[in-house]
Design a protein around this ligand. Structure first.
Ligand code: NAD
Length: 508
C-alpha cells in the first residue's frame, strides 16, 4: 500500500468515526471493502451469518407489530428526524459515497440529497395514506378501502446507488408502518454502516422506536437469499441485475410473497430530424458517460435519424474524445472509475463482440496512469450497423451504441426490441413524434422523456421499468402502495341484510 492509498483508507475511517460508526463494525472481518477510486482496501467488515439473518427477521417481526399501531403521522416524525440527520451528515456521507462507489463529489452529494428529498416526500405522505369510499349497490351500507401496514420489508441494494435506494424504500416503508431489513451490496458496505448510524441518531431522538425496526445485514447474496426465502418477509424490494432478479422473483413468488424488482436497463435515445442538436448532444453525453456508465438509467443505445447523423455523430465523437477521465476525489473529471476488474472485463468483452458484429469503436481504452490498481476507462462510442449482439444486453460500463434510422415507426419498434424496459428519451420538436413516443404505441419503458436524457430522475415521480427491468415502482407518485396491504370494508348500518347481486338466502 503506498502513501496515497493509505491516505484514502484513513479518510474513510475518519468519516465513519465522525458519523458514529463503531470501529468494530469495520475492522477485523473478512469482507474486504475497496474504493474503486484507487483499488485500495478501506475496511474489513464482519459478515452477517445465516443465524444473524434469521434472528434479524424475528426481531423485525416484533418491531413491526409495535410500529404498525403507531399513527402514521407520528411515524412520519421519525422520518422527518432522519431527514434532519441526513442534512447534518450530507458532506460526510456524500464524500463516503464518492470514495466507496467512485462517484464525482457532486454526484456523491447528490445521492445524499436524494435521500433527504425522499424523507421530505415521505413525511408529507404520512398524512395522506388514503383509500377510496366506493358507492355500494346495497341500501344502508357503506363500502371503503383501507391501507394497512404490510410487514417486514427486505431491501436488497446494488453498488451503484449504495444509499439512495435504501432511503427510497425505507422512508416509505417506515411511514407505511413496516419494519426494514437492509442487505446492501457487498461492494459498498461502509456507506451502509454510515447510513445505519445516521438512522440510529434519528431513532434516538425520536425516543420510542421498537428495537430492530430498521436493521442492517452486511453480507453477500447468500444473506439476501435468507430474506428472500423467509415467509416472514412480506415484501422483498430488490435492486440489481436482471440476473439477480431472475433468481429472486420466482423464489418470492413461489411462497406468495410480494416482490418489488428494480433491475437492469438498456436505455435508448432517439434523435429526430427536428431535434435541437446542441441540447441533445449534452443530454446524450451526460446520459451515456455520467457515473462512468454505471447508472441503471444510463443511455446505452442511440438511434439518430439519417438526415442529422452526419452532423451529430462527429460532434458526439469529439465529446467522447475530449471528456475528462480521472480521480473523482481529487480532480474535476467528469468520468470516474469502473467499480472493479469484473466490470472492466465485461466492458472489454462487449467491445470485442461489438467489433465482431461490425461495430466501429471510438474510445474504450483503459487509462492506467490514474491509479494502477483501479479500473479507469475512456468511454466508448460504437457505431453499429444494426441492433445485434451486445447491443441487446446491458453492459454496466460507459458504452454507447449508435445506429441510424430512416422510418419513425421502425425506430420505435427497434427501440422496444430489447429485454429491458427502464428508461427512454426522444429528442424532437415535432409534436406528433413526441406524442407518438409517449403514447400507448410508443416507448414501452417505465420512464419516457422528451428532450432530456434517460438518467437523473426526481423522487416525486414513480421510478421503475417494465419487462426484464422487473415491473416495480419506487419513490414518488403512488409507489407507497407496494409497502401496504389493501383491505375492502363493507359496513351495514341498516336493519336489513340485503345480499349482493340480489341473491336470496332466506333461512327464516
Ligand atoms: P447485483 O445483481 O450483482 O447485486 C445486487 C444485490 O443483489 C446485491 O446486494 C447482491 O448481494 C444481491 N444478490 C445477488 N444475488 C442474490 C440472490 N441470489 N439473492 C438475494 N440477493 C442477491 O447488481 P450490482 O452489480 O450491485 O448493480 C448493478 C445492477 O443493478 C445493474 O444491472 C443495474 O442496472 C441495476 N440497478 C437497477 C436499478 C433500478 O432501479 N432499476 C438501480 C440501480 C442498479
Amino acid at each position: 500500500m503506498n502513501a496515497k492509498h493509505t491516505t484514502l483508507a484513513i479518510e474513510a475511517a475518519a468519516l465513519l468515526d465522525r458519523l458514529g460508526v463503531d470501529p468494530a463494525a469495520r475492522t477485523g472481518g473478512s469482507l474486504i471493502a475497496r474504493s474503486p477510486v484507487t483499488g485500495e482496501e478501506t475496511g474489513r467488515l464482519p459478515f452477517a451469518s445465516v443465524a444473524d439473518a434469521e434472528a434479524a427477521i424475528l426481531t423485525a417481526e416484533a418491531a413491526f407489530k409495535a410500529w404498525r399501531v403507531v399513527p402514521a403521522p407520528r411515524r412520519g416524525e421519525l422520518v422527518r428526524l432522519l431527514g434532519e440527520e441526513l442534512r447534518a451528515a450530507k458532506a460526510e456521507l456524500g464524500r463516503l459515497v464518492s470514495i466507496e462507489a467512485g462517484k464525482s463529489v457532486s454526484e456523491g452529494l447528490g445521492e445524499v440529497q436524494e435521500m433527504i428529498d425522499i424523507c421530505d416526500f415521505a413525511v408529507g405522505l404520512s398524512r395522506q395514506l388514503y383509500g377510496l369510499t366506493i358507492a355500494t349497490e346495497r341500501p344502508g351500507h357503506r363500502m371503503m378501502e383501507t391501507w394497512h401496514p404490510l410487514g417486514v420489508v427486505a431491501v436488497i441494494t446494488a453498488f451503484n446507488f449504495p444509499v439512495a435506494v435504501w432511503a427510497w424504500n425505507a422512508a416509505l416503508a417506515l411511514i407505511c408502518g413496516d419494519a426494514v431489513i437492509w442487505k446492501p451490496s457487498e461492494k459498498t458496505p461502509l456507506t451502509a454502516l454510515a447510513t445505519q448510524a445516521i438512522f440510529a441518531k434519528a431513532a434516538k431522538r425520536f425516543g420510542q422506536v421498537p428495537e430492530g425496526l430498521a436493521q442492517l445485514l452486511v453480507g453477500a447474496g447468500d444473506i439476501g437469499a435468507v430474506l428472500v426465502d423467509s415467509p416472514k418477509v412480506a415484501l422483498v424490494s430488490a435492486t440489481g441485475s436482471t440476473r439477480m432478479g431472475r433468481i429472486v422473483g420466482p423464489k418470492v413468488a413461489a411462497r406468495f410473497g410480494r416482490s418489488l424488482l428494480e433491475l437492469g436497463g438498456n436505455n435508448a435515445g432517439i434523435v429526430c430530424p427536428s431535434a435541437d442538436l446542441d441540447m441533445a448532444l449534452r443530454a446524450i453525453a451526460f446520459g451515456a458517460m455520467g457515473t462512468a456508465g454505471q447508472r441503471c438509467t444510463t443511455m446505452r443505445r442511440l438511434f439518430v435519424h439519417e438526415s442529422v447523423a452526419a452532423e451529430l455523430v462527429p460532434r458526439l465523437k469529439k465529446a467522447w474524445a475530449s471528456v475528462t477521465v480521472g480521480n473523482p476525489l481529487t480532480s474535476q473529471a467528469l468520468v470516474g472509475p469502473l467499480v472493479d476488474g469484473a466490470a472492466y472485463d465485461a466492458m472489454v468483452g462487449a467491445l470485442e463482440a461489438a467489433r465482431a458484429a461490425g461495430g466501429l469503436v471510438t474510445g474504450g481504452e483503459r487509462v492506467t496512469d490514474i491509479a494502477p490498481d483501479a479500473h479507469y476507462v475512456r468511454p466508448a462510442l460504437v457505431e453499429m450497423p444494426a441492433q445485434v449482439g451486445p447491443v441487446l444486453e446491458e453492459t454496466f460500463a460507459p458504452i454507447l451504441y449508435v445506429m441510424t434510422y430512416s422510418d419513425f415507426d421502425a425506430v420505435i419498434e427497434a427501440h422496444n426490441a430489447v429485454g429491458a424496459g427502464l428508461s427512454s428519451a426522444i429528442f424532437t420538436t415535432d409534436l406528433r413524434e413526441m406524442e407518438m413516443f409517449l403514447s400507448a404505441a410508443g416507448s414501452d419503458c417505465g420512464i419516457a422523456n422528451v428532450n432530456i436524457g434517460t438518467s437523473g430522475a426526481e423522487i416525486g415521480g414513480a421510478f421503475g421499468g417494465e419487462k426484464e427491468t422487473g415491473g416495480g415502482r419506487e419513490s414518488g407518485s403512488d409507489a407507497w402502495r407496494a409497502y401496504m396491504r389493501q383491505a375492502t370494508n363493507t359496513i351495514n348500518y341498516s336493519r336489513d341484510l340485503p345480499l349482493a347481486q340480489g341473491v336470496v338466502f332466506d333461512i327464516g
